[in-house]
Design a protein around this ligand. Structure first.
Ligand code: ES4
Ligand code: ZN
Length: 326
């Protein structure tokens, strides 16, 4: 088989996916119509044309605007069901998906509505595709510590169906230390911990995610490579990095895919994985990200198999389930 087929057939886990970032323009229009919501675009083409970003914040402004069409449990179900169908076709057999409850509760959509819709789609996908799914509740780091604590409180009735908490949104100016106490409480509640760090933020933010949040996994982590001591520490401790090549290109974390450090990460012994982040906004799902990275950096089948293996090793599946995927 050719490399594209090899990638599509390679069983993979996706560990870095914002479900709101899987909202395709076609579904955005359909939900706007169904809910009688006005969106600032006249056509699907106009939406896609607006997806040109020079930094993280440009993207976030459009991403939060798009999420406004999500109102009912059925909307969240349809959003997630579309993602599971699409990603199953890419050879994803396990997905750990992030959601941003504060984006919705701020608009009067209840935490419970979000959970009901997502969980019904999860149950359907597990039956239909034989995949496994875990949920990661993300706190928006541009909001306050107090608001994060309130969100954790709303999550309490659902904690047996939430695997981890994460930290996303505008990184610069909102270092991990702002959420150290929230993460300590989440840990005490039995949750696993992840955080975006070193996407736009400096290596110091990665240090904070490790030392002050005690994360189990790092989302992005690209800028760790600027600090050789930090890089060696990440390699030595087997920390998983959830790298997102097409996201990095679209948000100008790298200027060209030819400059992407994914192969350097592997050669330095980092447990790097490949993920799609916000596939509807960044131009591809997980197999597209493997293909783009492979083409730009000359990854061979062995590298691609290592990346897929890393995705299971870095997952929150129990050891026996990880072993069954290796
Ligand atoms: C995100 Cl790429 C990225 N970075 C930070 N926060 C996010 N939320 C959704 N996508
Ligand atoms: Zn992300």
């Amino acid at each position: 088989a050719d490399l594209d087929t090899f990638i599509a057939r390679l069983p993979k886990a996706e560990l870095h996916l914002h479900i709101e970032g899987s909202l395709e323009p076609e579904l955005m229009f359909a939900l706007a119509q169904r809910n009688g919501v006005t969106i600032p675009f006249a056509s699907v083409e106009e939406v896609r044309a607006a997806y040109s970003f020079t930094r993280l914040q440009d993207f976030l402004d459009i991403y939060y605007a798009g999420a406004d069409v999500l109102r009912t449990a059925r909307d969240f179900h349809d959003l997630a069901a579309a993602y599971f169908d699409r990603t199953a076709a890419d050879g994803v057999v396990h997905a750990e998906i992030m959601f941003d409850p504060q984006t919705h509760t701020a608009r009067g959509v209840s935490f419970d509505t979000v959970m009901e819709g997502l969980l019904s789609a999860v149950a359907e996908a597990e039956a239909k595709h034989g995949m496994t799914v875990k949920l990661i509740l993300c706190f928006l780091r541009h909001l306050s510590e107090e608001e994060a604590f309130a969100t954790l409180e709303q999550a309490r009735p659902w904690l047996d169906r939430i695997t981890a908490v994460g930290l996303d949104s505008s990184e610069l100016g909102h270092p991990p230390e702002k959420f150290a106490r929230v993460f300590a409480d989440a840990r005490a509640l039995g949750l696993r911990l992840v955080a975006h760090a070193g996407e736009e933020g400096p290596p110091e933010y990665v240090h904070q995610a490790l030392d002050l949040l005690d994360v189990d996994r790092l989302d992005h982590g690209n800028r760790s490579l600027e600090d050789p001591v930090l890089t060696a520490r990440l390699a030595r401790t087997g920390m998983t990095l959830t790298v997102c090549p097409l996201s990095n290109l679209k948000l100008c974390v790298v200027n060209d895919m030819a400059d992407h450090p994914i192969d350097h990460m592997l050669r330095q012994g980092l447990r790097a994985t490949i993920n799609s982040d916000d596939p509807a906004y960044f131009g591809g799902y997980v197999a597209d990200n493997y293909r783009a990275a492979a083409a730009a950096r000359g990854l061979d089948r062995r590298d691609l198999a290592t990346l897929a293996r890393n995705s299971f090793l870095g997952s929150f599946l129990p050891d026996d389930a990880v072993a069954a995927h290796l």
